[in-house]
Write a protein that binds this ligand. Structure first.
Ligand code: S3P
Length: 177
């Protein structure tokens, strides 16, 4: 049973994990279970810049994208009351972003799954992902990032057969109890 006591109404969570693991859909279910506001950082960036992430990557390059990402993360943290934030897959990998999230007392949650599971979702998704155009390059990124994702406060394994609603329920019960 989820305790909706006063402490829990203040808790904020940032979901991290590799592309295709399901951060956005888990965030959507979690916000609906907890009846609170959520923000998807990628969507927020696209709304604020009026550009797609793919266009920013292609026209301006990754370092410029990462600057924009950090600026928008700062806005989400300071200017919105969203309690559930789904990050982009690379957001948590930058030390400066981890610092911003931690300083605000936001609980970080890593959704972990196998590369094959993430890749299957990437392959069937319509979302354009500039860093997942090539399977072997994406696998190398996946392997490199594990050691940084594991710095998150909580770790949930997206097991076979668990859908994003089930994971949101687990997070709500364990992180918000
Ligand atoms: C990225 C992941 C994407 C998006 C951008 C970069 C990454 O978000 O932020 O393409 O570096 O892993 P998703 O994890 O939601 O696909």
């Amino acid at each position: 049973m989820i305790d909706q006591g006063s402490n829990n109404t203040e808790k904020r969570v940032a979901l991290t994990g590799f592309m295709g693991v399901g951060k956005s859909s888990v965030a959507r279910h979690l916000a609906s279970i907890l009846k609170c506001e959520r923000i998807d950082l990628d969507a927020y960036i696209e709304k604020n810049t009026g550009r797609t992430i793919a266009d920013i990557f292609t026209s301006d390059g990754e370092p410029a994208y990462r600057e924009i990402e950090t600026q928008n993360l700062i806005r989400v943290l300071n200017e919105t009351s969203a309690r559930i934030i789904s990050l982009g897959g690379g957001t948590w990998t930058l030390e400066r972003n981890r610092g911003l999230i931690t300083e605000k007392g936001i609980i970080s949650v890593w959704l972990e799954s196998s590369f094959d599971h993430c890749w299957a979702n990437i392959s069937k998704s319509r979302k354009e992902r500039p860093l997942a155009k090539n399977k072997e390059a994406a696998r190398a990124l996946f392997d490199t990032r594990k050691s940084v994702y594991c710095l998150a406060d909580w770790h949930f394994i997206v097991r076979r057969g668990l859908n994003s609603y089930n994971i949101a329920v687990e997070i709500a019960e364990q992180v918000f109890s």
